[in-house]
Design a protein around this ligand. Structure first.
Ligand SMILES: Nc1nc2c(c(=O)[nH]1)N[C@H]1C(S)=C(S)[C@@H](COP(=O)(O)OP(=O)(O)OC[C@H]3O[C@@H](n4cnc5c(=O)[nH]c(N)nc54)[C@H](O)[C@@H]3O)O[C@H]1N2
Ligand SMILES: Nc1nc2c(c(=O)[nH]1)N[C@H]1C(S)=C(S)[C@@H](COP(=O)(O)OP(=O)(O)OC[C@H]3O[C@@H](n4cnc5c(=O)[nH]c(N)nc54)[C@H](O)[C@@H]3O)O[C@H]1N2
Ligand code: SF4
Ligand SMILES: [Mo]
Length: 738
């Protein structure tokens, strides 16, 4: 399409978060002139946030990479694609000849899943690369919930989602959708839905050490000490048993371990946990009874319940309470989605009968969890000599130098790699260490259908948007992924078409679709046919003609505002894939972690602890190079309660030093009573003053990197997930306000 033909208004979906908002993009020539909400989009109906309007700024960002980059020493130069592949291949071969395949590792980040091709071809890349160690942002995010779902339901991605639109009581722990827009909980407008809940007489309870904008919109804010959710939730379970309020409902015949759980919970009365949680016993008791009495209640925990010392226990107990009160798999409780294009079901699964834990890590000896090592172990695996040391690393849409604990060490370690290949759009804090960067196409140069949003939506539906601009002078990204996989895995002269056909055939097999039928109908390689297969083999699909009324990708192409297919319906027993066929309510992996919790309950001395926060105008570590989003007053502030400020003789605006066992940072102070005494908060994703990153705007609004304070040592033992909340710190003023 020529530029002239592109003038006008184009419907797109914003790929940045789970909001999946429909947007109207105005274009003149090759310039985006304006982005507005698309009110006609059947899913988002005009909802949008400030980030969605900046996709044009992102597309036009002069720092965004358009060609592959090769680094020699401290010098970067643009390279042709073939030259860059050849250079990467040479470096990888060098590492392989010296150390073997055991020296190869990967780090997959948050943006790896958002691209049209990258989200769909990750498994092809990984299959070819045979990385000896895989790391990802899962272990600074939802891995505890994956462990919980794997053990309870036999599928790490079978995560129940709160049915906000039909519930009467919403208990939300450690989540702040007012800023995040919802996570593992896709909704067109979470805050609107919470307002609707209250308007129809329902109740919202937010359990969070901070009175966030979400908590401020709730009927009840329950401040609790960071890291104590597991004890808080166990006390609720205690009350449910003690008051004889356990009602398994329609799931009764599917649940194992109820009596074991009763015994376990007997030790955790509200009175026993009250000091540890910092929550009065009566509040816990009342909440337990409210949940039991509610016609339907939805219990939901997110980042605050995962990225903490007892992330697995807390994630498990959120579901336990839903199960014990008959609220799992029922409207108004917590439900599973029914997706139009269930991509995750067609990817090679983590076997439901496999153990959560794998081989111990080389340096620290902590186990791999669900096939990956903790992100907090990456630095030591690179900088500790010995057999199996990492010398080659691939990063994909990841910025671990800002996003994982112990970043100072990681920053140095990455500089020691002999081969680092990144697929990214910037030379940033992490990719500045790469030897070769392969740029992804701009998000407007790719079609879109969300891989990671729809699995968490309790409305079935879909919306497809075509690429707005033609990508120039670059191979399709799926081919880049395949070639990088082949380079890392030492596969010479890969036949890309054949590899893709084999990959596609595997998906057909898992979908129960005859390979030849699918190949005949969808002969063109690439992500679009993967999407079409997912739709056609999915619950609403045409099954390649077997269900003639069913849907295929063309139907969505003909409906640029999307198609909705109704609210979620219960799954019943067919959701459960555990070896026993039952929901394993008291799996030994959970119970084994309780002694660690009991020990912590006797040791509550930390004077001040640090938690993280998200901000509407940021997206993790990487949208700070857009002036529209970062302009205005300084956002990277240390929030502290007025009592603590008084005690420490700190005034608003003072520059303070925050120190933990992990490191020391400085930040301006913001005094507020919307945070518990004893807790301080910094936003995550800042710290852009490092080295020679090419981020002109972000450098001017550098902020401070919270993860210099997160000690790599601190893990949720049951999942290997990083502890990013509840970190003991000290705070002192170093400079009075100007
Ligand atoms: N202290 C603390 N730390 C945290 C958190 C916290 O709450 N507190 N949250 C954690 C969580 S939940 C997560 S998910 C992680 C996120 O941390 P990461 O997984 O490291 O992801 P991002 O910070 O989003 O960085 C995304 C990277 O992708 C690149 N990128 C942007 N667009 C594209 C694209 O289209 N294609 C490609 N290939 N690359 C692109 C960016 O340049 C950047 O390098 O951080 C974690 N770290
Ligand atoms: N604008 C914006 N949106 C985003 C992102 C972003 O960076 N910016 N990141 C995206 C990503 S990758 C993710 S994973 C999601 C995350 O989405 P959310 O889970 O909603 O994440 P947060 O907004 O960080 O909210 C976490 C809350 O947990 C609280 N908390 C901290 N410690 C504890 C604790 O021990 N117990 C309890 N109960 N609460 C605690 C914090 O105070 C905070 O309010 O957001 C996504 N959306
Ligand atoms: S809420 Fe999420 S999907 Fe919607 S515009 Fe903002 S970033 Fe994009
Ligand atoms: Mo995340």
């Amino acid at each position: 399409m020529t530029a002239a033909e592109k003038v006008g208004l184009h419907q797109r979906t914003c790929p940045l978060c789970e909001g999946m908002c429909g947007i109207d993009v105005s274009v003149e020539g090759d310039k985006v002139t304006m982005i507005r909400p698309n009110k006609a989009n059947v899913w988002s109906r005009g909802h949008i946030c400030p980030k969605g309007t900046t996709l044009g700024d992102l597309h036009h960002d002069p720092d965004r990479l358009h060609t592959p980059m090769i680094r020699e020493g401290t010098e970067w130069r643009a390279a042709s694609w073939e030259e860059a592949f050849a250079h990467a291949e040479r470096l990888a071969r060098g590492v392989r000849e010296k150390y073997g395949q055991s020296a190869f590792a990967s780090f997959g980040g948050n943006m790896s899943g958002k691209g049209f091709a990258s989200g769909r071809y990750m498994m092809l890349l990984y299959g070819l690369a045979r990385f000896a160690q895989s790391f990802s942002s899962s272990s600074v995010d939802q891995l505890p919930k994956n462990v919980s779902s794997h053990l309870l339901y036999g599928n790490m991605w079978k995560i129940p989602i709160p049915d906000v639109d039909r519930t009467d009581l919403f208990v939300m722990l450690g989540a702040n959708p007012a800023e995040s827009k919802g996570s593992i909980f896709s909704h067109r407008d979470v805050m609107g839905a919470l307002r609707d809940l209250r308007a129809r007489g329902g109740k919202l309870v937010v359990v969070d050490p901070v009175r966030t904008r979400t908590a401020a919109a709730a009927d009840q804010w329950v401040p609790l000490r960071p890291g104590s959710d597991a004890a808080f939730l166990l006390a609720i379970v205690h009350v449910l048993f003690a008051e004889d309020r356990v009602r398994l409902g329609h799931l009764a015949s599917l649940v194992a371990g109820v009596e074991t759980l009763r015994d376990v919970a007997a030790d955790f009365s509200p009175e026993r946990v009250e000091r540890f949680c910092g929550v009065e016993a009566k509040i816990i008791r009342d909440l337990a009874l409210e949940i039991a009495n509610a016609r339907a209640a939805a219990i939901y925990g997110r980042i605050g319940t995962c990225t903490q010392t007892f992330g697995t226990l807390a994630s498990w107990l959120v579901d336990v309470i839903a199960i014990l009160t008959g609220n799992l798999d029922r409207p108004g409780g917590s439900m599973w989605s029914t997706q139009v294009a269930p991509h995750l079901d067609l990817a090679p699964p983590y076997p439901s009968n496999a153990s959560v834990t794998g081989k111990p890590s080389r340096v620290r000896g902590v186990p791999a969890i669900l096939g990956q090592y903790p992100a907090s172990c990456l630095a030591e695996e690179i900088d500790t000599p010995g057999a199996g040391q990492i010398h080659a690393l691939m990063t994909l849409g990841a910025n671990p130098v800002l996003s994982v604990p112990g970043t100072a060490r990681l920053d140095v370690a990455l500089g020691q790699l002999e081969c680092m290949i990144s697929i990214d759009i910037y030379i940033n804090e992490t990719t500045r260490h790469a030897h070769v960067i392969f740029p992804s196409p701009s998000l407007l140069e790719q079609p879109h259908w969300d891989v990671w949003g729809w699995p968490w939506a309790l409305t079935s539906g879909g919306h497809y948007s075509p690429a707005l601009f033609d990508p120039v002078d670059r191979p399709p990204e799926w081919q880049v992924m395949a070639r990088v996989g082949a380079i890392m895995g030492g596969v010479d002269g890969p036949d890309l078409g054949a590899l893709d056909d084999e990959f596609f055939a595997g998906m057909c097999d898992r979908a129960g679709i005859d390979r030849q039928v699918a190949f005949d109908a969808l002969p063109v390689n690439g992500p679009e046919r993967v999407l079409d297969l997912c739709i056609r083999s999915g619950p609403f699909g045409d099954r390649f003609g077997a269900n003639p009324q069913g849907l295929k990708l063309d139907d969505f192409k003909a409906a640029p505002d999307g198609i909705l297919l109704g609210p979620a319906v219960p799954w019943g027993g067919k959701a459960i894939k555990t070896p026993s066929g039952l929901i394993e309510l008291a799996h030994p992996h959970f119970l084994a972690d309780l002694s660690r919790l009991e020990a912590a309950m006797d040791d509550t001395d930390a004077d001040l602890v640090l938690v993280s926060r998200r901000q509407l105008r940021s997206l993790n570590s990487w949208m700070h190079n857009l002036n529209t989003l970062v302009k205005g007053k300084e956002r990277c502030t240390l929030q502290i309660h007025s009592q603590d400020a008084l005690r420490l003789e700190i005034a608003s605006g003072d520059i303070c030093e925050v120190a933990s066992e992990g490191g020391t940072v400085t930040a301006p102070v913001e005094i507020t009573d919307d945070i518990m005494p004893g807790v301080v908060s910094l936003p995550h994703g800042w710290g852009h003053d490092r080295g020679d990153a090419r981020l002109g705007i972000a450098r001017l609004h550098a902020g401070t990197n919270i993860n210099e304070l997160s000690p790599a040592r601190m893990l949720d033992a049951a999942s290997g997930n990083a502890v990013l909340n509840g970190i003991p710190v000290t705070v002192r003023r170093i400079e009075a306000q100007a």
